[in-house]
Design a protein around this ligand. Structure first.
Ligand SMILES: [Zn+2]
Length: 190
């Protein structure tokens, strides 16, 4: 997928030494890639939303009506917060290796600090923070690039177009009414 400057600019760290606040950097063959500071920002935004969904009171989770152009049902009911938490965990598990996922669970899901993690995982402090950075970057990219429904931007995830079928294909489908179901043409008598 293509990353544009207009997208990365708002997410970049203004004092980043790699991208100098533009959010893009040159990689091999002159290709522009998102800077690690952008990927980490995306991760932190998605992670913050996950924490909010996971820690809110159960009754605050709202049921939302999701409109779509289905043939039989014009809309369905869904629990977006729960869907989001499930997608978050699924993407995380797919994107990370087993050791990375273990660290992710201890540190980000169970809230263990670096002292506890380094003791439990038999690693030193430097390696721990390197791993955390790498995990944040991997997940930031995964949350933005996962297909067909990216977790980021959150506004698209929570309020975006219907998830059930491409809306562009549906109206044409509906126009093709079978012959036997069409009204006969109105004659002159009418
Ligand atoms: Zn940067």
């Amino acid at each position: 997928m293509d990353w544009s400057r207009s997208e990365t600019l708002a997410l970049a760290k203004h004092n980043c030494t790699q991208c100098h606040g533009s959010g893009l950097r040159l990689v091999r063959n002159g290709v522009l890639a998102p800077c690690n500071c952008v990927l980490r920002t995306i991760f932190r935004i998605c992670y913050g939303r996950f924490i909010k969904c996971a820690t809110q009171e159960r009754h605050l989770s709202r049921i939302s009506l999701e409109p779509h152009c289905g043939r039989q049902r014009p809309s369905t009911w869904g629990r977006k917060d729960e869907e989001y938490m499930a997608d978050f965990c699924l993407v995380t598990r797919r994107a990370l290796t087993e050791p990375e996922h273990q660290l992710f669970r201890y540190h980000f899901l169970l809230g263990a600090d670096w002292k506890l993690c380094t003791r439990k995982l038999q690693m030193d402090r430097g390696n721990f923070f390197h791993s955390v950075y790498r995990i944040e970057q991997k997940l930031g990219r995964a949350f933005r690039e996962v297909q067909p429904y990216a977790l980021f931007p959150l506004s698209d995830y929570f309020h975006g177009p219907s998830r059930l079928g491409p809306p562009s294909a549906r109206p044409e489908d509906r126009k093709q009414i079978p012959e036997h179901l069409r009204f006969p043409p109105i004659g002159r008598v009418a």
